[in-house]
Design a protein. Structure first.
Ligand code: LRH
Ligand code: MN
Length: 393
């Protein structure tokens, strides 16, 4: 991209070099829908092999240095040893995801369940996840609750909110000073009438009540169709309550498809709000995580493609001429302002990203480099026996 001003080029390249996308351990395992899980060859059989795959994504992209874990899917005897194996592979362990959505006891809810014994069990799992963070060195405890009801009258909305607040308070107070709680919301599913944390407003209310180290996670697949997600990004950034993203994309509901595959323009608009607010760097504390399921496509290439999609959207957002944009906005120049954004969006940033990768000493075409690497063929034969990892649902 020869027409970029030298200082723009170095500003954009240095920001992209420091980009940090966190991949998801469960994306490397078998996954599917309620209709079918199509098993794939070479799928990891344990958290150590998931970490090896995550390290491979980082090796070929250079910007995916951590992997999020999900408990109990990634339960091991020695989490410090797991962290060491990750470090040996060149990556770190990221957010710890609790799971209070798969136990028979949680049919009527976990932390919001009418039965105090079930609530205690759920809270104990959240506290166990903080113990695990102490050993993995993870900063973030990520909480998503499938809790909700299916029929009007099934349970009392405000009482369930009280139970939720009580559980979050006990867990928040257990956090260490460098640890955070990230609360994820979701409009519906598996509950189909009330979901106890259905939207950013409810998540925000709970996080605001808890304290500084409680922030909201935006899963891009968890909104009603037509929701302007970048508006939520801007408002939570303004309030200092955006903790991170579960990136994926969807055509209909929580489809968990590759981020940027269904709506690359939406991903660009989201990253534009991030860049505009100066929130791309580590110091802003926004966790850019992937939360996807690769039901029919090969998993590691799908994760690599997803990281590249985030890079491309970020590069385009970094090319927005903020001064020209602000001038047009202040002048009420509607089309002019829109054109500034569309110019950046319509810029082919792939040559710049190839240049970035060469500068970083990695192959400019990660997808092709991975395909040539023979990594898949090697793990396919190594992982022939044993039980492939999955959601265990
Ligand atoms: C719920 C969710 C949540 C996870 C799970 C894997 O839909 O987005 O983030 O824990 O997917
Ligand atoms: Mn999610």
């Amino acid at each position: 991209m020869t027409d970029l001003a030298p200082q723009t080029r170095s500003r954009v390249l240095s920001a992209l070099r420091r980009q940090h996308v966190e991949t998801a351990s469960w994306a490397y395992g078998n996954s599917g829908t309620r209709f079918k899980v199509f098993p794939q060859e070479g799928v990891p059989r344990n958290p150590y092999e998931k970490i090896a795959d995550a390290a491979t994504v980082h090796r070929f992209t250079g910007v995916a240095p951590t992997v999020a874990l999900h408990i109990p899917w990634d339960r091991v005897d020695d989490y410090a040893d797991l962290a060491r194996s990750a470090a040996d592979a060149g990556i770190g362990l990221g957010a710890i995801n609790a799971n209070v959505f798969q136990d028979n006891d949680y049919k009527l809810g976990s932390v919001t369940n009418p039965d105090p014994g079930v609530r205690r069990k759920a809270i104990d799992h959240l506290l166990e996840c903080v113990d695990i963070m102490d050993r993995t060195g993870s900063r973030d405890l990520k909480l998503w609750f499938s809790d909700g009801t299916n029929y009007p009258g099934q349970d009392d909305v405000r009482t369930r909110q009280d139970r939720l607040a009580e559980a979050l308070r006990e867990t928040y107070d257990r956090l260490g000073e460098n640890q955070r709680m990230l609360l994820e919301y979701k409009l519906f599913e598996p509950a189909f009438y009330v979901t106890d944390v259905p939207d950013w407003g409810t998540a925000y209310l709970h996080c605001a009540a808890l304290g500084q180290r409680a922030r909201v996670v935006i899963d891009t697949g968890h909104h009603a169709p037509g929701t302007n997600i970048e508006f939520i990004v801007a408002v939570l950034l303004r309030a200092g309550k955006l903790g991170g993203f579960d990136f994926n994309s969807r055509f209909y509901a929580d489809d968990d498809l590759m981020v940027g595959s269904a709506d690359p323009f939406q991903l660009f608009r989201i990253m534009h709000e991030i860049v505009l607010a100066g929130a791309l760097g580590e110091e802003a504390g926004i966790a850019f995580m992937l939360d996807q399921c690769h039901n029919i496509e090969p998993k590691i290439p799908a994760v690599i493609r997803s990281v590249l999609n985030v890079q491309e959207a970020t590069a385009k957002a970094l090319l927005v001429d903020h001064d020209a944009l602000r001038a047009a906005q202040h002048a009420g120049d509607v089309l002019g302002a829109n054109a500034v954004l569309m110019d950046a969006y319509n810029t082919d940033v792939r040559p710049l990203l190839r240049e970035l990768r060469e500068d970083m000493g990695i192959d400019p075409d990660p997808m092709a480099a991975y395909a040539r690497s023979g990594y898949f063929e090697r793990v396919r034969s190594e992982r022939a026996g044993g039980q492939a990892a999955g959601w265990g649902a």
